[in-house]
Design a binder for this molecule. Sequence first.
Ligand SMILES: *Cc1c(COP(=O)(O)O)cnc(C)c1O
Length: 389
Amino acid sequence: MDLGRQHTGLRAEMLAALGRVCDSGGFILGSEVTHLEQQFAIYCQAKHAIGCASGSDALLLALMALDISTGDEVILPSFTFFATASAVTRLGARPVFADIDPQTFNIDPEHVASLVTPSTKAILPVHLFGQAVDTAALAEIARPQNIALVEDAAQAIGAEVQGRRVGSIGAIGCFSFYPTKNLGGAGDGGMLTTQSDDLADRLRLLRGHGMRPRYFHSCIGINSRLDSFQAAVLNVKFPLLDHWTFLRQTNADRYTELFTEAGLHHTLVLPETKPGMRHVWNQYVIRVPEGMRTPLREALTEAHIGTEIYYPLGLHQQECFRYLGYQPDDLPQTRRATEEVLALPIFPELRAEEQKLVVERIAAFFATRSGGHAIQPPKFLTRRSVTSG
Ligand SMILES: *Cc1c(COP(=O)(O)O)cnc(C)c1O
């Protein structure tokens, strides 16, 4: 990812915005933050948006606002970034890991349903790689049992399910402005969204030490505010987000076309947009046949093509979560995905010629490997075949 390409054209405007903040002296919260919060709420079809210090803090604050604590269980995917689970454990609650749908890499609602217990306090799905989860199926599980739905939308700003934006569907939505996210700041930042006046008020209280008025604390909050410099940069970039999303979508379509033309759609599994979804393509993640990912990645690195593995381990396999007692094969789809996924460059400013080069290199790799024989593509496991096997 080359962030420089995005920033060259915006440099003067970003510096002017930073200069205004500098002159105003209002470095914490302030008018830039309020403006961003207002625009963000409208964009996400949410009544309220509340800035905070990072996406990780957004997750923590969301669970704090819902009074998640010791003895509670929160169901979330294992195939996600660490922060989704650490927000749960930080509050003394127990993360319960669900497997994923192999087509979308998103949490599998059927598995979620089987994990609900009387201690389940929240379901925390992740809209992974820019595509929304099946929120209707999760709401059907959560609503009758009074379980809260919290959306980890860190990778999915602007993504939609049947015309509804992520962050507007669950009790609370959590967003990140980490520089590689679709709307990235010049450092850390995060945002929370909610339709509830009560939750919005509680989130505002919790992000500022639970203090209101000054030096009077009604609850134990944390210090997690969005600073004005970040908000100023984000206010410059935000109006361009939909254009960048369009470019990401164009790049995704182009990859799929190029891979298909090269006949690689039988060798690799290409990502797809499910019907009714607006996919915002934070990542374009392919599956590579068993044993070929490492040499393919090496070949691409040699050609100066950056790739990444999101994620090399399921959280249920992480050393720090060993105390939860999971075996690697407890979540077979997650394990399988960790062995096969490879993310290709998809950022908005990526050029068509560069994408052609990526596909050519991958085609050349498989041409020399196969020696004229067909390579077995990755196959999806079904839960049934695993349990009966
Ligand atoms: C990036 C990310 C986060 C954390 O956001 P930060 O702003 O880096 O703290 C949480 N969840 C997911 C799924 C992410 O991709």
